[in-house]
Ligand binder design. Structure first.
Ligand SMILES: Cc1cc2nc3c(=O)[nH]c(=O)nc-3n(C[C@H](O)[C@H](O)[C@H](O)COP(=O)(O)OP(=O)(O)OC[C@H]3O[C@@H](n4cnc5c(N)ncnc54)[C@H](O)[C@@H]3O)c2cc1C
Length: 353
């Protein structure tokens, strides 16, 4: 008898799996690579919303938990995952500079907003109104994390590279049976795959497609991340991630010509050196209506759970929310109301009619 089956090994599944393993639980994780949000993610952790200079939801607390979580994974997987990369926000007007200074008076933001403006950071990214430096930011190499963590799970016989087929799941009162496995509980960390999940697809997960261009710019030599109309994130070897797009209509994982043209137009408006596009990638962010995660127990089946809805901030949100879910399942510690899927009980009732 397994303690838990976990469906999905993106940022959510990994955070849940790691929390359960640290409590000595016996787990089995399924993944079929049907979703790619965590693989294509920029991996940025940044507590500040750079459009409005506000603090992202609970970001100051999530940041400390996330850094300690990924640092411990670095030790466990013997791999460097975190790059503490500064972010520079390019200002486009004096008003934006003023907004930056006003934001410093808001609770918690002065921890992250540098009061000293930076007039120039790179010859090829000119700025008439300087840059603001966001402190304590960086990037987690999510593609490497997923690859290494799945390898680790395989080594401990806890990974199945296959589609979880709902037709073969039997939910009994105090355990679940799936093919040859019995498990006390199943946790769905299936990202936008939740749309095909008959148990949880009543939840309002919208999905938001994001695309990045990978460019090669030999002269640029940029060693920080810059946010202008889009982000430019250094990857090393003169390669940079540029993006991302936000699209609520297209729910396919395929990169598009429209996305490419949009990103090129934005990039050319602020990057003044030659570059070539070497790749384009896309994924669907598991985004929700109220921008809060979807976490908790199924309204009818006590042994089915979900951990989803991380939207555009999975790196920061994942470790805190996964730990809350595990405390809830293992020690009956109540979930925060704002993440608990019981807030959508009426949707379940309506869907069951
Ligand atoms: C372009 C882009 C840029 C982003 N940039 C950032 C960023 O800089 N910083 C940040 O914090 N976040 C970023 N995000 C958001 C971040 O990627 C998400 O919040 C996070 O990846 C969600 O993780 P998840 O595990 O919930 O979902 P996913 O990563 O989608 O993982 C779900 C997993 O479940 C598997 N699965 C689904 N159904 C099944 C099934 N039936 N059987 C087996 N396996 C199944 C899928 O294959 C997948 O591996 C970005 C997203 C995109 C698209």
């Amino acid at each position: 008898m397994l303690d838990y089956i976990i469906v999905g090994s993106g940022l959510s599944g990994i955070a849940v799996a790691e929390n359960l393993l640290s409590k000595g639980k016996k787990i089995l994780v399924f993944d079929d690579n049907s979703q790619a949000s965590s693989t294509v993610a920029g991996g940025i952790y940044n507590p500040v919303i750079l459009k409005r200079f506000t603090l992202a939801w609970n970001a100051n607390e999530q940041l400390d938990t996330a850094l300690s979580f990924y640092s411990s994974l670095e030790r466990k997987l013997e791999t460097i995952l975190i790059n503490s990369l500064p972010i520079y926000r390019k200002f486009h007007s004096i008003e934006e500079q003023n907004d930056w200074f006003s934001a410093m008076d808001k609770p918690f933001l002065n921890r992250f907003l540098d009061e000293k403006l930076v007039p120039a950071i790179n010859t090829y990214i000119p700025a008439s109104y300087s840059f603001g430096h966001v402190k304590e930011t960086g990037v987690v190499n999510t593609e490497l994390l997923l690859r290494k963590y799945r390898k680790y799970l395989t080594e401990i016989n806890s990974f199945q590279q296959e589609t979880f087929d709902f037709e073969q799941l039997e939910v009994h009162e105090d355990y679940c049976c799936y093919k040859n496995w019995n498990a006390k509980r199943i946790i769905f960390c299936d990202g936008f795959g939740l749309k095909n999940n008959p148990y949880f697809n009543y939840l309002p997960l919208n999905g938001n497609k994001g695309e990045y261009l990978i460019i090669k710019a030999i002269e640029l030599k940029l060693e920080v991340a810059v946010k202008s109309s889009v982000f430019i994130i250094p990857l090393g070897k003169d390669l940079y991630k540029v993006g991302a797009t936000y699209n609520n209509w297209d729910k396919t994982k395929k990169p598009t010509q429209e996305g490419k043209e949009y990103l090129l137009e934005k990039l050319k408006s602020f990057l003044k050196c030659d570059f070539e596009v070497v790749d384009q990638i896309a994924g669907i962010r598991p985004a929700t209506n109220d921008r809060k995660p979807l976490v908790g127990k199924h309204p009818k089946y006590d042994n089915l759970y979900c951990c989803n809805g991380f939207g555009s901030r999975g790196v920061l949100i994942g470790p805190t929310v996964a730990s809350e879910l595990v405390e809830y399942m293992e020690n009956s510690v109540l979930l925060s109301e704002e993440i608990d899927i019981s807030r959508y009980a009426k949707l379940y009732q309506a869907a069951s009619l």
